[in-house]
Design a protein around this ligand. Structure first.
Ligand code: ADP
Ligand code: GN1
Ligand code: MG
Length: 368
């Protein structure tokens, strides 16, 4: 069956009325397959986002969807209570016609549908510094909204997702196995990781000793996981809720810095173009702390630069691991893309190390 026909047929499992006019691949996520559907209804046209949930990555899509339904319903209530526009400020799951939150297709794939958030854009790079600031306020606010979410009811959709020490262990295993026979050509990158083993334990250790709190966090705070309102420029809606789980604010903060405060794209091949932009770092730090509205502890604020560095190192390790394993996890669009991605991450880590005192100074001014 042609892919388009398949998408149309799956969509009909969700649509109570109307028919699909068009379905086009959408966005640039590395994990799920996303389509923008335009449907014709009695009242005109209506858009939806339909996604194939990557069940190689999320082994139990039913648990993932339970999280997503519960978290979005929780957020809808909170936003409405605060006088916000619940229809646009959080995701809305469109249930399948049989009442389930997802549909399992005959080929074993899993699909879900969301209301499409119109009049807003998710950016792959910072075009206007103020957009980055707005995304920071929104991610901080998102974490605050979930501060009284019953964490014990969340399924761990990917075990040890931001357990950097565990990521290091997996990297070493991939290196020892060298399944794709690529280790010989990435000796410099391997050395880079082994020289920073200690860094991989810092945040995990602080979480297990209770020095920093475990919170309900987003865990994938890339700039393109937030919709920025086209008219107001405000971060209108945090999306990609697949990894909402107990975690550290430092990882949420740091992951945004890793992606958005870099002067180069995540897969830039000219490493001269990749560095940590101090203006963007400053703006994001201010926005995130404001969005958290006083909920971050002094220790967390002091550790923010460490959060940025460790998650960037972790991400580089994850890309390198996937490269060593033969590109099984992240979508790639050219053969060496995971290695290119790994190199930008390590270049950023190095640059952060060189700018360490400046970064610390920026965070520390918020400790009162
Ligand atoms: P992935 O896990 O693959 O990153 P996302 O859930 O982030 O998948 O979706 C990929 C892209 O699709 C997003 O970056 C965004 O551009 C778009 N998108 C996702 N959900 C919606 C939605 N409800 N409304 C509008 N666009 C969306
Ligand atoms: C993936 O799904 P997406 O593209 O928003 C990944 C993140 C990585 C990111 C790197 C579930 O995010 O953890 O930080 O790629 N998501 C998952 O760009 O692994
Ligand atoms: Mg995404």
């Amino acid at each position: 069956m042609a892919q388009e026909e398949k998408i149309f047929r799956i969509a009909q499992r969700f649509l109570e009325e109307g028919s699909v006019e068009s379905a086009a691949p959408h966005g640039s996520g590395h994990i799920n397959d996303t389509y923008l559907l335009v449907c014709k209804t009695n009242d005109g046209y209506k858009k939806y986002t339909m996604q194939r949930i990557n069940h190689e990555v999320f082994k139990k899509p039913w648990e993932l969807m339970e999280n997503v339904v519960n978290v979005t319903e929780f957020l809808q209530k909170k936003i409405a209570e605060a006088g916000g526009d619940a229809a646009r400020e959080t995701l809305h799951v469109v249930p399948a016609k049989d009442g389930a939150s997802y549909c399992k297709w005959e080929d074993g794939t899993y699909w879900r549908m969301y209301e499409f958030i119109d009049g807003a854009t998710s950016y792959d790079e910072v075009k206007e510094p103020k957009d980055f600031y707005e995304s920071a306020v929104s991610f901080g606010h998102f974490q605050n909204l979930l501060s009284d979410y019953p964490a014990e009811t969340l399924h761990e959709t990917i075990p040890d997702f931001h357990n950097t020490a565990d990521r290091l262990k997996n990297f070493k295993k991939a290196l020892a196995e060298d399944r794709a026979h690529r280790a010989a050509q990435v000796q410099e990158e391997i050395r880079f990781v082994l020289d920073r083993e200690k860094d991989c334990h810092v945040i995990c250790d602080m979480l297990s000793s209770g020095e920093i709190p475990l919170r309900v966090t987003h865990n994938d705070t890339k700039l393109n996981n937030i919709m920025i309102d086209d008219e107001t420029g405000k971060g209108i809606c945090v999306i990609d809720l697949d990894t909402v789980m107990p975690g550290s604010a430092l990882y949420d903060y740091g992951d945004s810095i890793r992606f958005g405060a870099s002067t180069g794209a995540e897969d830039e091949t000219d490493l001269e173009k990749v560095s940590c932009d101090i203006e963007l770092f400053t703006l994001y730090t201010k926005g995130f702390i404001e969005g958290c509205e006083g909920s971050l502890t002094k220790k967390e604020i002091r550790m923010m630069p460490m959060g940025a560095k460790v998650i960037t190192l972790e991400q580089g390790i994850r890309f390198l691991t996937d490269y060593l394993e033969g590109d099984c996890y992240y979508k790639i669009h050219c053969p060496e893309q995971n290695l290119d991605r790994c190199r930008t991450q390590f270049k950023l880590v190095k640059d952060m190390e060189e700018k360490w005192e400046i970064l610390q100074g920026i965070a520390e001014q918020y400790i009162v």
